[in-house]
Design a protein around this ligand. Structure first.
Ligand code: SF4
Length: 162
């Protein structure tokens, strides 16, 4: 466990913002591989994730996951249809290139290995995050960007007094 901060991949953090935007707490989610996605999303939504450090590697969500081999490499694969669309078979490769794209698009915010206050991250994202950057994710959900922006606004309110 880290000292007072969480290590999260940039695209996992965008997931948290989207989940906050739609008010989804993962309470009904099956977690057969034992990752911490739902647990940490709830911590974020409840205002308990006060500091964050971004990484393109295995993060706090992945650490207990049964798909994580040797504590470092995700062995999960996409299904055939998704793999064809993205041009990747292994999730670890797709996620890595995605997080590097997000880092390149917003290097001051998604800076790796720097501990940031959550309120600062959310205020900066509110100013510079665009639909185009969110779409680097290639999610095929038309409402993705709009709900992510809603999540940022809600997050700023949650973390404004921290
Ligand atoms: S990215 Fe891989 S290791 Fe991380 S939570 Fe997902 S399946 Fe598990």
């Amino acid at each position: 466990m880290n000292e007072g901060f969480n290590i999260i991949k940039p695209h996992h953090f965008l997931d948290f913002l989207y989940d906050l935007g739609i008010g989804y707490r993962h309470e009904d989610e099956a977690n057969i591989f034992g990752n911490r996605n739902g647990e940490l999303c709830q911590e974020f939504i409840d205002g308990k994730m006060k500091r964050i450090k971004f990484t393109p590697l295995a993060d706090d969500i992945c650490k207990p996951c049964k798909k994580l081999s040797g504590g470092e490499v995700c062995t999960d694969c996409f299904d055939d249809e998704t793999a064809f669309f993205y041009g990747f078979q292994h999730k670890v490769d797709f996620n890595y290139q995605l997080d590097m794209k997000l880092n390149k698009a917003l290097p001051k915010i998604f800076c790796f290995d720097k501990i940031r206050a959550m309120c600062d991250v959310l205020c900066e994202l509110d100013k510079v995050l665009t639909k185009e950057i969110i779409d680097l994710y290639k999610w095929q959900r038309p409402e993705r960007a709009e709900k992510t922006f809603e999540g940022i606004k809600k997050g700023k309110t949650i973390y404004s007094d921290h």
